[in-house]
Design a protein around this ligand. Structure first.
Ligand code: DOR
Length: 444
């Protein structure tokens, strides 16, 4: 294992209060020991690495709370090793992964299998959702460790689809674990698929899985959450209407997230990148982009996830509707959002809050999401002065494409540190670095 004793010098350090400090960070035994200007290496130090961070900005490592990393069972698209390399390159030091693998992650055995695989392969820290099937309530309540229960209310087929109100209510009524919903109304999608059958233009995807399908499901999830005061998280909110609904009526135990795609891309993307723009919930209008941005800025939406959902270019080259939905994201999310900050849309401190601090809080992940003594040394040094395009040949994700190819971005990760280990530095990965299983038991 690489040294976990580090001294980062001359960085612009983002402090928990949102201010920046020009100074140093001392890391010992995987944790932040000191944050101050002019730190000297300890006298007893034998194994210390110094990093000169002049001109760079130090942020807490990104925690991406919704990814699909495809292992086990779909490794032709991605696997835990390649995905975690992409994370390290993107400044993502922890991820929460979804249960639609093969086998599905619906019981302790499948969860343990993923944890075991991740322990051997992942350069970054990891956690795995448990999937609701409609008849696995005892598993949903008993498994550990997990950030929560994932329910696909729509946009899914087979065992992981739970689309009937009675079945949903049974899950909401038992236990108190966080429920994260993919909110789309499957009955409406089915009906509109028939109405629009035969249309091969992928732009129709946003019409079939329309704004009403998303709004119906979010309304139902909110209703059930209020009835049982059940901790609810709304995944990848895509429409202005859902944001306005939450603005009017958001119980304190409800959180919501948005993806960079739903903020920065819209239905115009189909004309440019065709089926690469196809995802669930689908891209919406420029007006939806604006309303989602405002909701994020106002705190109606709590944080950002990528919904990294890689498919191969061959799969995406089929004809709609045979093409799979989803796009990769972990490698570009931080730079995309920091570019927005540098262009004045928000602040760097807000980006870090949405991509790290707020996620740690919502999922009760202890010791992460801040640069302060005693916190885990999961950090990313970014360069906010240089612009560099998204290039296919530099991507680490196994699918090797991005909907943002050619976009000129700033704020790229220069160095990514996981538990005090340098996982990525100036274009080079250290594949000996290993992350750890996340815990979800922080005291509020
Ligand atoms: O577009 C999507 N693709 N949305 C999802 O929720 C699932 C994902 C996938 O697994 O491909």
């Amino acid at each position: 294992m690489s040294s976990t004793n580090l001294l980062i010098r001359h960085a612009q350090i983002l402090l928990p209060n949102g201010d920046f400090l020009s100074g140093d960070v001392l890391i010992r035994d995987r944790q932040i020991a000191q944050v101050a200007p002019g730190i000297r290496p300890p006298e007893d130090a034998t194994d210390f690495t110094e990093i000169d961070a002049s001109g760079l900005t130090l942020l807490p490592g990104v925690i991406d709370p919704q990814v699909h990393f495809r292992e086990p069972g779909l490794e032709h698209k991605e696997d835990l090793f390649t995905a975690s390399c992409a994370c390290a390159r993107g400044g993502v030091t922890s991820f929460l992964e979804m249960p639609n693998t093969r086998p599905l992650t619906t019981n302790q055995q499948a969860l343990d299998d993923k944890l075991q695989r991740a322990k051997q392969k992942c350069l970054v820290n990891y956690g795995f959702f448990i999937g609701a099937t409609g008849d696995n309530t005892p598993d949903l309540l008993a498994v550990n460790p997990t950030p929560g229960i994932k329910i696909f209310m729509g946009s899914m087929h087979g065992q992981l689809l739970v689309d009937k109100e009675a079945a949903l209510e049974k899950i909401f009524a038992q236990g108190d674990r966080l429920i994260a919903v993919h909110a789309e109304d499957q009955a409406r999608i089915n009906q509109r698929r028939q109405e629009f059958a035969g249309i091969k233009d992928p732009a129709i995807h946003s019409q079939i899985q329309d704004v009403t399908a998303a709004l119906n499901a979010t309304q139902l999830a909110l209703k059930l959450s209020k009835k049982y005061q059940r901790r609810l998280h709304i995944l990848h909110m895509s429409t202005g209407d859902e944001a306005e609904l939450l603005r009017q009526d958001k119980p304190s135990w409800v959180t919501a997230e948005v993806t960079p795609q739903h903020l920065l891309l819209n239905t115009d993307a189909y004309a440019q990148i065709g089926t690469l723009a196809q995802m669930n919930p689908p891209l919406r209008s420029p007006h939806d982009n604006e309303v989602l941005w405002q909701a994020l800025l106002d705190g109606v939406i709590d944080f950002i996830a990528t919904d990294h959902a890689p498919h191969t270019l061959e799969e995406k080259a089929q004809e709609y509707p045979n093409t799979p939905s989803g796009m990769p994201g972990v490698e570009t999310s931080l730079a995309l959002m920091l570019t927005q900050a540098m262009q004045g849309r928000c602040t760097v401190a807000q980006v870090s809050h949405w991509m790290s601090t707020a996620v740690a809080k919502a999922y009760r992940i202890p010791n992460k999401g801040a640069i302060a003594a005693g916190y885990d040394a999961d950090l990313v040094l970014v360069d906010l002065n240089t612009y560099h395009p998204v290039l296919r040949e530099e991507l680490q994700t196994k699918c090797r494409w991005s909907p943002f190819e050619g976009w000129e971005l700033t704020g790229w990760a220069v160095t990514t540190i996981v538990g005090g280990q340098i996982a990525y530095n100036k274009g080079k990965l250290d594949t000996n670095v290993k992350g750890e299983a996340l815990r979800f038991d922080a005291r509020q």
